[in-house]
Write a protein that binds this ligand. Structure first.
Ligand code: FES
Length: 116
């Protein structure tokens, strides 16, 4: 079964099966939005907060996901699979880079629109 995953920070949406992690589903389609690091649950770069929907998750290291994080539905995208349609928000140290990238892309769009 495939579910729809929406990345709120950049309004990206992609289908993801329950056999794939959120990160695998995104990368397989060549999409961007969730920062990619080790892909193995060790670096914490892919931290996201699930803002709606249900999911299952593999074991995550307490060094990257605390109990407080878990209570706020913050997970590692490389260790989490969807069990319904999901909305997620990128959190953590890469969030600012993602926002900056989005701002640059938006400015580029404005430039192109102004020229054309
Ligand atoms: S990519 Fe490193 S923890 Fe997910």
């Amino acid at each position: 079964m495939r579910y729809r995953v929406t990345i709120e920070n950049c309004s990206e949406t992609y289908p993801c099966s329950e056999q794939q992690t959120l990160l695998q589903g995104m990368e397989q389609l060549g999409k961007r939005g969730i920062p990619v690091g080790c892909r193995g649950g060790g670096c914490g770069v892919c931290r996201v907060q699930v803002t709606s929907g249900t999911f299952s998750k593999a074991k995550m290291s307490r060094s990257v996901i605390s109990e407080a994080d878990e209570s706020k539905r913050i997970v590692l995208a490389c260790r989490c699979t969807p069990t319904s349609d999901l909305s997620i928000s990128v959190v953590g140290k890469m969030q600012k880079a993602l926002s900056a990238q989005r701002l640059i892309e938006t400015e580029d769009d404005v430039s192109v629109a102004a020229v054309g």
